[in-house]
Ligand binder design. Structure first.
Ligand code: ADP
Ligand code: MG
Length: 342
């Protein structure tokens, strides 16, 4: 056996296996980058379920010409510089893996104009870690990432892709989840030239409710109540479905920790317990909830896809969630409660 150092291109492809499972996972990374760049408008163009093309255009702060190649290099990030920064990170990204991973398994081009420069520049990813010089292009301040032919060089991955329709459904789900995390940012989504979503920036509670209705359906907004609880260390806001709006599946449950969507057992358990007395057995509550917590009290680096977090004081979080929701549900008018409680 010979021990060999893997070439960077291959390392990126291996990392891509963790981060990019399907078009939906690529779009998640791109949208999070746009939000991290402070974008207030994000326009998404998809072709053939995202396999042919994913293009995300934002009006964020852009990338300098000198840094374009760094953006496509592994472990290069503008978001943290030390372990201390990681402890209190509030940005979505910090691993510096997404762009190089996606670039290694697709034909990728970045076009960007930095807010500090007058000229926009474009760089083509070529899967290697050496890049040609950026070429001038036309772009307003912000960034467009154009990803074509995802997995063109990873036949094993391509084989596992489902139909165009299914891949697009996953992708649309991700866009909706991200759109719920930043009401102030506008989003458009087009699939094969057809507009699927057009969400205007929502700056008031009423506009936010309209966005929730567009994403979760009007029935949810009509049959949900507003939650606003501020504790000493934690804040919980959002909407929870009335007991009469329970679901047969746990399919309308959105929970965000500092704007990051997460699946977490502590959370699920606390919510279930709060609903325990007002839901029939086997029914699931519907909710869109936002928890704000001191970032040093939560570890977001628990998994490469960052779907999971770890609360440092999980019983504190559990107690706060349970009490907040239990109190909201206990204040319901009798007609919003179930007739025969079991
Ligand atoms: P991470 O988000 O973990 O830092 P990425 O590989 O996703 O790593 O992105 C690498 C870097 O490229 C980011 O740190 C950021 O500086 C820059 N970047 C990526 N996308 C954008 C964007 N849409 N706007 C501005 N900068 C971006
Ligand atoms: Mg990122």
């Amino acid at each position: 056996m010979f021990i060999k150092q893997l070439p960077p291109h291959l390392i990126n492809q291996i990392a891509a296996g963790e981060v990019v499972e399907r078009p939906a996972s690529a779009i998640k990374e791109l949208l999070e980058n746009s939000l991290d760049a402070g974008a207030t408008q994000i326009d998404i163009d998809i072709e053939q379920g995202g396999v042919k093309r994913i293009r995300v255009r934002d009006n964020g702060r852009g990338i300098n010409k000198e840094e374009l190649s760094l953006a496509l290099s592994r472990h290069a990030t503008s978001k943290i510089a030390s372990l201390d920064d990681l402890e209190s990170v509030l940005s979505f990204g910090f691993r510096g893996e997404a762009l190089p991973s996606i670039a290694s398994i697709s034909r990728l081009a970045v076009s960007s104009k930095s807010q500090d420069e007058d000229q926009a520049w474009q760089l083509q990813g070529n899967g290697q870690e050496e890049f040609d010089e950026p070429t001038p292009c036309s772009h307003a301040t912000g960034t467009t990432i154009d990803v074509r032919d995802l997995f063109f060089n990873v036949p094993a991955r391509r084989k596992f892709l489902k139909t165009e329709k299914t891949e697009f459904r996953h992708l649309e789900d991700v866009v909706k989840k991200v759109a719920l995390s930043r009401f102030e940012t506008g989003f458009t989504l087009r699939h094969n030239q057809k507009t699927v979503l057009n969400l205007r920036p929502a700056t008031t509670l009423k506009m936010a409710e309209r966005r929730v209705a567009e994403i979760c359906g009007p029935a949810f907004t009509e049959q949900s109540i507003r939650v606003e609880h501020e504790g000493a260390e934690l804040t919980l806001t959002g909407w929870i479905g009335l007991p009469t709006f329970s679901r047969s599946q746990a399919d309308l449950q959105y929970f965000y920790v500092n704007h990051r969507i997460v699946r977490d057992r502590v959370v699920t358990h606390a919510v279930r317990q709060a609903y325990q007395d007002v839901l029939y057995h086997g029914r699931h509550p519907a909710y869109v909830l936002f928890l704000e917590i001191d970032p040093t009290k939560v570890d977001v680096n628990a998994h490469p896809t960052k779907h999971e977090v770890r609360f440092r004081e999980s019983s504190l979080v559990h107690g706060f969630l349970y009490r907040s929701l239990h109190r909201t549900l206990a204040e319901l008018r009798p007609q919003d409660q179930l007739p025969d409680q079991v």
